[in-house]
Design a protein around this ligand. Structure first.
Ligand code: ADP
Ligand code: ASP
Ligand code: MG
Length: 471
């Protein structure tokens, strides 16, 4: 049996000393069952957002604003560290935290004087969240009967230099993990590393994109051929939809890699879209588990999902999208037209989510972003352009929609009161997506959930939880 298990704990699972204590117990339970955990942690909840806000404030010259944010962060980390070591800072963790914040404040002061934030500096600042949490957690584990060592993720997660969304370099990562992590794990030690952060071959700090700690976990699992990857979060697993929208969402017990990847890509925040890939390549099962309810069996993501009676497994929602309509009667049927349009998006490094075309018009959807005016200006060289924000994409995923008749009719009947702007089905055989006004999201998701999950298949969904709610 492969004893290596990668355990990733998200922000809410390490949000304070109580949560970190719970995390230590979960890791200990894996050690007790004979496994060797490699722990990947996020920054404490909301820290990344606050570091980005501090960087942005400094970038626009607001020195006081930036330092006020870091003062609060510094206190929060010191309080947590101190609680974790019961006030005994002999290990030096508290003075180390002080010195990290002193360094951070120095960068922010310099930045506010210059008034310009580069992506490289932004990564440097934002990486502080995971650097702090991972050191603190390694220290807490060591004081809780775990033979834990801290590994600076930047020594292992080698990336290119696209700051903010750097691309991991698989071969180098594998080699570095074998150098810095495997010997420790083979000696039975629990390595603790920060997620989300990496470094170029030259050692410049980079980050993998928001939510990137899941990605780190999969890279570590893939690089070391782990037996499984566990994603510990604040819900019982992958649910039939975001429980914040639909409180009666059900846990999905088993889902295929393909379905999970589709859900993650189309907005189910519970997993980072790139998480699945390294696991798929090596066929490593991924589990999504709840650190606040560790006895729950969670969701198991495996290569082939068992048959399910219902057409869909889950409904994902992606908000803050913009629809761009490109209309060009003069281009009617001319070849090279679509290529020219996509070249514009490519030049601006702007991914397109959904496309629909008619004879003369092309509609595309993208994440709302500040490059849109420039993109529209470039597109207007080719055609007439209109764009409209505040849209949401609903994506219904399930392997069982292949070859079933009448599903689209049921979907659109369920949301007949909602204005549907664009529809896509068939591009992927396992998803049906459509675009609506952002304000209609909750109503649409609840109606669809009611239509498709009122009579759930108990082999696939946790109906027991539903019975408990009804009691
Ligand atoms: P972490 O900090 O552990 O990475 P995230 O906040 O990134 O956690 O992801 C967990 C959140 O994802 C949940 O609290 C839930 O609101 C949201 N979510 C969205 N869609 C789903 C879904 N289909 N199943 C479960 N959670 C979902
Ligand atoms: N801390 C990072 C973020 O908030 C990465 C992660 O949590 O996965 O995006
Ligand atoms: Mg996450």
């Amino acid at each position: 049996m492969n004893k290596l298990v990668v355990m990733k704990f998200g922000g809410t699972s390490v949000e304070d000393a109580v949560a970190i204590d719970r995390t230590a117990q979960i890791v200990r339970s894996r050690v007790a069952s004979g496994l060797t955990p490699i722990v990947v942690v996020s920054a404490m909840a909301k820290v990344t957002d606050q570091l980005l806000a501090a960087a942005a404030a400094a970038g626009r010259g607001d020195r006081a604003g930036a330092l006020c944010i870091t003062a609060r962060l510094r206190n929060r980390h010191l309080e947590t560290a101190s609680a974790l070591v019961s006030g005994d800072c002999t290990s030096g963790i508290c003075s180390w935290i002080e010195s990290e914040f002193a360094g951070l404040d120095e960068i922010l002061r310099g930045l506010s004087a210059i008034g310009e934030l580069t992506p490289r500096t932004s990564d440097m600042i934002v990486s502080v969240g995971e650097r702090l949490s991972s050191r603190m957690i390694a220290e807490a584990f060591a004081r809780r009967d775990l033979d834990a060592v801290h590994v600076d993720a930047r020594r292992c997660i080698v990336t290119d230099s696209q700051h903010g969304k750097a691309i991991p370099q698989d071969a180098s990562i594998e080699q570095r993990l074998k150098e810095h992590v495997l010997p420790q794990a083979s000696a039975g030690r629990v390595c603790v590393m920060g997620g989300f952060i990496g470094a170029t071959e030259k050692g410049v700090t980079t980050t993998l994109g928001r939510g990137g700690s899941d990605f780190t976990a999969a890279l570590v699992g893939g690089g070391l051929d782990a037996g499984s990857i566990e994603i510990w979060t604040d819900v019982n697993g992958i649910m039939t939809t975001d429980p914040r929208i639909c409180p009666n969402a059900l846990r999905v017990k088993t889902i295929s890699f393909e379905e999970a990847a589709e859900l993650a890509y189309f907005g189910a925040k519970v997993l980072h879209p790139a998480t699945i890939l390294p696991a798929v390549k090596k066929n490593i099962p991924v589990l999504v588990l709840n650190s606040k309810n560790p006895m729950n069996e969670g969701t198991r993501i495996i290569s082939l999902a068992p048959h399910c009676r219902s057409p869909f497994k889950s409904i994902a929602v992606k908000r803050r999208l913009t629809i761009i309509d490109v209309v060009a009667s003069r281009m009617l049927m001319s070849h090279g037209y679509l290529k020219a349009i996509f070249d514009v998006f490519d030049r601006h490094k702007c991914p397109v989510d959904m496309v629909s075309t008619s004879e003369v018009s092309v509609s595309l959807t993208v994440d709302s972003n500040d490059k849109l005016p420039d993109i529209a200006a470039d597109l207007s060289q080719l055609a007439d352009v209109k764009y409209e924000g505040r849209k949401a994409l609903i994506c219904m995923v399930g392997e069982n929609i292949r070859g079933q008749n009448g599903i689209a009719a049921r979907v659109f009947q369920a949301i007949r009161h909602v204005n549907v702007r664009m529809i896509s089905q068939g591009a992927s055989e396992i998803n049906m997506s459509f675009m609506i006004e952002e304000d209609d999201t909750e109503e649409a998701v609840r109606s669809l959930h009611e239509e498709f999950f009122a009579d759930p298949d108990s082999d696939i969904f946790d109906v027991e939880a539903l019975k408990e709610v009804m009691r």
